[in-house]
Design a protein around this ligand. Structure first.
Ligand SMILES: [Zn+2]
Ligand SMILES: [Zn+2]
Length: 97
């Protein structure tokens, strides 16, 4: 058994350089929406050691919720995460297909 402690982490977006204040769940940059491949299955699990940049490839809009579909630029892993409060709505809307 390993202790899983969710830690708050701030990070600098490796895509646009924005300083992002993390709340422990933050997995992508609210400005450009790029993320980093750190989670394997569940957002926040931080189980992946890939650390590649995650490119937002499209956005789904369902029942009032934006879902961002990512593709890792390093390992090609694809997954979707819910958008977060503070994400650029303009960018989200422009990416809905
Ligand atoms: Zn960014
Ligand atoms: Zn990856």
């Amino acid at each position: 058994m390993k202790n899983f402690i969710r830690k708050k982490e701030n990070f600098i977006c490796e895509h646009c350089g924005k300083r992002v204040v993390g709340d422990g769940y933050t997995d992508h940059c609210p400005k450009c929406l790029w993320g980093k491949h750190v989670d394997r299955e569940i957002p926040g699990d931080r189980e992946s050691d890939c650390r590649g940049l995650m490119e937002p490839i499209r956005v789904l809009y369902e029942k009032g919720i934006f879902k961002i579909i990512y593709k890792c630029t390093k390992c090609n892993h694809e997954f979707g995460v819910r958008s977060r409060k503070g994400d650029s709505r303009k960018l989200l809307v422009s990416m809905v297909k």
